[in-house]
Design a protein around this ligand. Structure first.
Ligand SMILES: Nc1ncnc2c1ncn2[C@@H]1O[C@H](COP(=O)(O)OP(=O)(O)OP(=O)(O)O)[C@@H](O)[C@H]1O
Ligand SMILES: [Mg+2]
Length: 250
C-alpha cells in the first residue's frame, strides 16, 4: 500500500477546472517530485492534498484511509487542513510565508502549537531544524520580516518540520533563491526525507532530480510523464523535454 494514493483527482476554482483527473501514488519514505511550468496546476495539487482546496472529483487515500472522495450519497467530502496536519500532512506553501512581526523563535514555536504540551519533543524538533539550517540559530531573535528571502524560506521549511510531518509538501522552495541556496534547500529536503519523512516537492528547477526517488511532470492539470529511480537513473534531458517540450514549441 502506498502512503498516498490519488485517483482521478479533479479540482479547480469555481467553474475553472485545473486538475483534470490525476492518478498517482507516493510511497512511504520516498522523495517525490512534481515538475511543471507556470500555471500547470502544481500549487492546485498540493493545496488539494493539504485540504485547503476541496476536490470536485476522485479520491485521495492516506495510509489506507480516504481523506477526500465521495461519500455514500456521492457528495464530495474532504478532511479539513487541521485534521490533515494532525494526520501528518503538512504544507510549506509557495511564497515563503512567515509571520513577519514575530521572531524566528516565535515562528517556530507557532509551528509546534499542536504539540505545545510536549516541551521535550518540541525542543528536539527545534534542535533538529536549527541543525538543518544553522543560520536560523544565528537569527534566533530577529523579526522574520527582516530576514533575507533565503532565510525566510529556511524558516518556512523549519516551521513545517515543527508539526512533525509524515508527509511534507513543499511548494517551489527554490523560487528566487541563488543556485547555492537552492542546493542547500534540496540537500535539507533530502535529509528530512532520510530522517524518516516522506517528501513531496513541487519544483520548476530540474536540479531537484538529484534528490528524487520518483518524478512526475504535470502539464495543463494532467500528468504527462512519470518515472521512478528504481527504473534506472533519471535522464535530465528526457525529463526536461517532457516538461519544457510544450514551451519549446512556442
Ligand atoms: N485562486 C484562484 N482562482 C482562480 N484561478 C486560479 C486560482 N489559483 C490558481 N488559478 C489558476 O489555476 C491554474 C493553475 O494554477 P497553479 O497555481 O496551480 O499553477 P502552478 O503550476 O502552481 O504555477 P506556478 O509554477 O506559476 O506556481 C492557473 O491557470 C491559475 O491561473
Ligand atoms: Mg505554484
Amino acid at each position: 500500500m502506498s502512503l498516498l494514493e490519488i485517483r482521478d483527482l479533479k479540482a479547480g476554482y469555481g467553474a475553472l477546472p485545473v486538475l483534470g483527473g490525476i492518478s498517482i501514488d507516493i510511497e512511504e519514505g520516498e522523495t517525490a517530485v512534481l515538475l511543471g511550468l507556470n500555471g500547470a496546476g502544481k500549487t492546485t495539487m498540493v493545496l488539494t492534498l493539504a485540504g485547503l482546496l476541496k476536490p470536485s472529483g476522485g479520491t485521495i487515500t492516506l495510509g489506507g484511509e480516504q481523506i477526500a472522495g465521495p461519500d455514500a450519497k456521492g457528495k464530495m467530502r474532504a478532511k479539513d487542513p487541521r485534521d490533515l496536519v494532525a494526520k501528518g500532512v503538512v504544507l510549506v506553501p509557495e511564497g515563503r510565508r512567515v509571520f513577519p512581526q514575530l521572531t524566528v523563535a516565535q515562528n517556530l514555536r507557532l509551528g509546534a502549537w499542536s504539540y505545545k504540551k510536549d516541551r521535550k519533543g518540541t525542543r528536539q524538533v527545534v534542535e533538529q531544524a536549527v541543525e538543518y539550517f544553522p543560520r536560523l540559530r544565528e537569527r534566533w531573535t530577529q523579526l522574520a520580516g527582516t530576514l533575507s528571502g533565503g532565510e525566510q524560506q529556511m524558516l518556512a521549511i523549519a516551521r513545517g518540520m515543527m508539526a512533525r510531518p509524515k508527509l511534507l509538501l513543499i511548494d517551489e522552495a527554490s523560487l528566487g533563491l541563488s543556485p547555492k541556496l537552492t542546493l542547500t534547500v534540496f540537500e535539507v529536503a533530502k535529509r528530512i526525507n532520510q530522517d524518516g519523512t516522506t517528501v513531496f516537492l513541487v519544483e520548476q528547477n530540474a536540479g531537484v532530480l538529484d534528490i528524487a526517488d520518483r518524478v512526475f511532470v504535470m502539464e495543463k492539470g494532467t500528468i504527462i510523464y512519470t518515472k521512478s529511480r528504481s527504473e534506472g537513473a533519471f535522464d535530465v534531458g528526457e525529463v526536461s523535454e517532457a516538461y519544457l517540450g510544450e514551451a519549446e514549441k512556442v
